[in-house]
Write a protein that binds this ligand. Structure first.
Ligand SMILES: Nc1ncnc2c1ncn2[C@@H]1O[C@H](COP(=O)(O)OP(=O)(O)O)[C@@H](O)[C@H]1O
Ligand SMILES: [Mg+2]
Length: 156
């Protein structure tokens, strides 16, 4: 099982902060879930977990927001939101591959809108709204090494 259920937004942020510990330089994370499911909240937690002191807001209009991480083995966090992307070529202008090569991590809301935009993602994370404020968060890792970490995450 790699699923955690949260009951309020701060719990979802904590789930993201715990998940941040599993990330390695160059990882791409695809976030799936409807509007309001908590993708941005989860990302705020990831940023916090990576030691980012800046306020993380939705990059819906800017497509990509870069957070430098001076206190992390990860070079930078790229927070991408493809909800309003017009054409896949807009992605190539963002310099994502270069940032990943430098040891950055990219977390992509609505990443399914550009499935070929990045290499095989290390993770996909699905957020599902349940009763009231419940959210079910499921990690799907690319490989078995990450699976063990995801199972631990689910239990913490
Ligand atoms: N358990 C929960 N986890 C995450 N968000 C929650 C939860 N319960 C309520 N919310 C609310 O749902 C909204 C999630 O918004 P956001 O993170 O921007 O979603 P998305 O990026 O998926 O569109 C916020 O208003 C948040 O306060
Ligand atoms: Mg969002």
């Amino acid at each position: 099982m790699t699923t955690r259920v949260t009951h309020e937004v701060e719990e979802t942020r904590q789930a993201g902060a715990d998940f941040a510990a599993l990330l390695r330089p160059g990882d791409v994370v695809i976030l799936r879930g409807d509007l309001g499911a908590g993708k941005t909240a989860f990302t705020q937690g990831v940023a916090r977990g990576l030691g980012c002191m800046q306020r993380v807001t939705s990059p819906t209009f800017t497509l990509c927001q870069v957070y430098e991480l001076p206190n992390s083995a990860i070079d930078a966090l790229l927070h991408i939101d493809l909800y309003r992307i017009g054409h896949a070529s807009e992605l190539s202008d963002l310099g994502v591959d270069e940032a990943l090569d430098r040891g950055g991590v990219a977390i992509v809301e609505w990443g399914d809108l550009a499935p070929t935009g990045f290499g095989e993602p290390a993770w996909s994370v699905t957020l599902l709204s349940g009763e009231e404020d419940d959210r079910e968060i499921t990690l799907e890792p690319r490989d078995s090494a990450r699976l063990a970490a995801a199972q631990k995450w689910a239990q913490s």
